[in-house]
Structure formats: structure tokens, C-alpha cells
Design a binder for this molecule. Structure first.
Ligand SMILES: NC(=O)c1ccc[n+]([C@@H]2O[C@H](COP(=O)([O-])OP(=O)(O)OC[C@H]3O[C@@H](n4cnc5c(N)ncnc54)[C@H](OP(=O)(O)O)[C@@H]3O)[C@@H](O)[C@H]2O)c1
Length: 253
């Protein structure tokens, strides 16, 4: 039996670890050829080998998507190699927490550059290809999935700029959804709660200690989010899952 994403092409940013790695494997499992994008080339090579060993096809693209030219180049190299682009998962992100008072603004810059500008650069480069895929066989629909967070729905003390970056992802996604949905490009927002990944490890040690105290005993795993993303992008053409909020059962807020 043909797989749901057979003859389609997906691009996943932030695929060198966590949710992006799991999502690339999940989409390949549904038959998509996948371009995997991040800065750590060794991790991407290992993931590409794993996907290929499982019978899939992967293209590793080492790129920093905060650089607009590199983001565009990753999209164009995907289309040059595979001939089309049907699914984009804008997953690359960084979460640097702490009070706003006395903050190191270079941390704010890193979050805004990646979580907001990088996501917009990839989207801008991908849209002409997604619109073309949405107009062609086999599926006549294309998907742009933006990974936001619970932090994109409610602001909390100590997360102000991360919240701001993810609220921006929500606003951008909803505006774009209205713009392109009649052309059958579905724009979806994924909003995870705590997921067991490397994300927290980029924080200063004192912040990491506070985060450990807040962690659910049973956090989500990256595969749980990959499942949700795979669900979103394998729906029939007339079904658009606009938003998925997914928390560990024990997470209250
Ligand atoms: N984990 C959670 O609890 C959680 C909850 C809600 C939302 N999220 C969101 O989920 C997404 C994925 O995070 P994760 O939890 O899987 O964390 P992660 O394991 O730290 O993954 C982040 C990914 O982003 C990539 N990345 C970082 N800077 C980049 C750049 N400049 N250009 C290209 N890629 C870059 C990293 O790869 P390189 O370092 O190799 O570039 C890595 O592959 C993020 O948007 C995050 O905000 C996570």
C-alpha cells in the first residue's frame, strides 16, 4: 500500500536533535523524502544514515537559518535535489529564560533571530514551492508547520522574550494561514508543553536549576510531538488542523 506522503518532499529545520530529529524520522516513515537542516553537520549525517537504513531518503543541509541567504539556499538546494517541496516544519528554536530586569540582551537577540526571523526567512523562501506543490499531484495540498509552544499562548514571569518570540510565531502563522488557505497551503501551529530535549541545556546554570524543579516527572518525548506533526500533515486535503496544544498529562500551566 502506498504511504501517505509518498512522492512528496519535506524540509525540517532544527533536525539535529529533539523534536526536529524525531519529526524527520516520522515524515520519512510516512514516505516523504526529507531535507534536514541545522548547524551540526555530524548530527545531520548520522540522522540521514539512520533514515536511509530504514529505507527512506534524506538530504543533510548544514545551515544557520538566522542568515537569510543560508535559509533560502537550504530551501533551494532541497528543491534542486528532490524537485519539489510539499511540507515545511519550522522547528529550529532556542529558549533562554530569565528576568527581563538586568537581562543580557544578546540572549534576546538570539531568540528573536532564530525563533522569529529564521522561521520567517525559511517560510518566505519556501512559499512559492509550497504553493506550486498545493497545485499539483499527488496530494494537491501543502503544509507549513510552525513549532510554537505553550509559551506562545500564555506569558509567564521569567520567560518574557521567549513568550514574545512564540506569540510572534502565532500571529505570523494565523495571518499567513488566512492568506494562503484558499490556495490549499495549510498553516499549522504546534504548541508543546515540556518535552525532554536539549532545549533547556542552553540556559545559564542557575536557570537550568530552576527549570529542573518545574519539570513534570513524565515529560513528553520528542516522538510524541513528531506524532502530532505527522497527524497534521497526513490529513485529507479538505482537513486543516490549525493548532495543536500538547502538554504532559501532569503539566498544569
Ligand atoms: N523541549 C520543549 O520543552 C519545548 C516546548 C515547547 C516548544 N518547543 C520548541 O520546539 C522546537 C524544537 O526544540 P527542541 O525541544 O527539540 O530543542 P533542541 O533539541 O535544542 O533542538 C533545537 C534545534 O534547533 C537547531 N538550531 C539552533 N539554532 C539554529 C540555527 N541558527 N539554525 C538552524 N538550526 C538551529 C538545533 O540544531 P543545531 O544546534 O545543530 O543548529 C536543534 O536541532 C523549538 O522551537 C522549541 O522552542 C520545545
Amino acid at each position: 500500500m502506498a504511504k501517505t506522503l509518498e512522492s512528496t518532499v519535506a524540509l525540517v529545520t532544527g533536525a539535529s536533535s529533539g523534536i526536529g530529529d524525531a519529526t524527520a524520522r516520522a515524515l520519512a516513515g510516512h514516505g516523504a523524502r526529507v531535507a534536514i537542516v541545522a548547524r551540526r553537520g555530524d548530527r545531520l549525517a548520522a540522522l540521514a544514515a539512520r533514515i536511509q537504513a530504514d529505507g527512506g531518503e534524506a538530504l543533510a543541509l548544514e545551515a544557520d537559518v538566522t542568515d537569510e541567504a543560508r535559509a533560502r539556499d537550504a530551501v533551494e538546494r532541497t528543491v534542486a535535489k528532490f524537485g519539489r517541496l510539499d511540507t515545511v516544519v519550522n522547528n529550529a528554536g532556542v529558549m533562554l529564560l530569565g528576568p527581563i530586569v538586568g537581562a543580557d540582551v544578546s540572549e534576546w537577540q538570539r531568540m528573536l533571530d532564530l525563533n522569529v526571523a529564521g522561521l520567517m526567512y525559511v517560510t518566505n523562501a519556501a512559499l512559492p514551492h509550497l504553493l506550486r506543490a498545493a497545485d499539483s499531484d499527488p496530494r494537491k495540498v501543502a503544509d507549513l508547520v510552525n513549532v510554537s509552544s505553550v509559551a506562545g499562548r500564555a506569558a509567564r514571569v521569567g520567560a518574557g522574550v521567549y513568550n514574545a518570540s512564540k506569540f510572534a510565531v502565532g500571529a505570523f502563522s494565523e495571518s499567513l494561514r488566512q492568506e494562503v488557505t484558499k490556495r490549499h497551503v495549510r498553516v499549522s501551529l504546534i504548541e508543546p508543553g515540556f518535552v525532554d530535549t536539549e532545549l533547556r541545556s542552553h540556559n545559564r546554570p542557575e536557570i537550568q536549576e530552576q527549570l529542573v524543579a518545574q519539570l513534570a516527572a513524565e515529560p513528553l518525548q520528542a516522538d510524541d510531538i513528531a506524532d502530532a506533526i505527522a497527524y497534521v500533515v497526513t490529513r485529507a486535503r479538505h482537513v486543516a488542523i490549525n493548532e495543536v496544544l500538547i502538554r504532559p498529562t501532569e503539566q498544569e500551566r
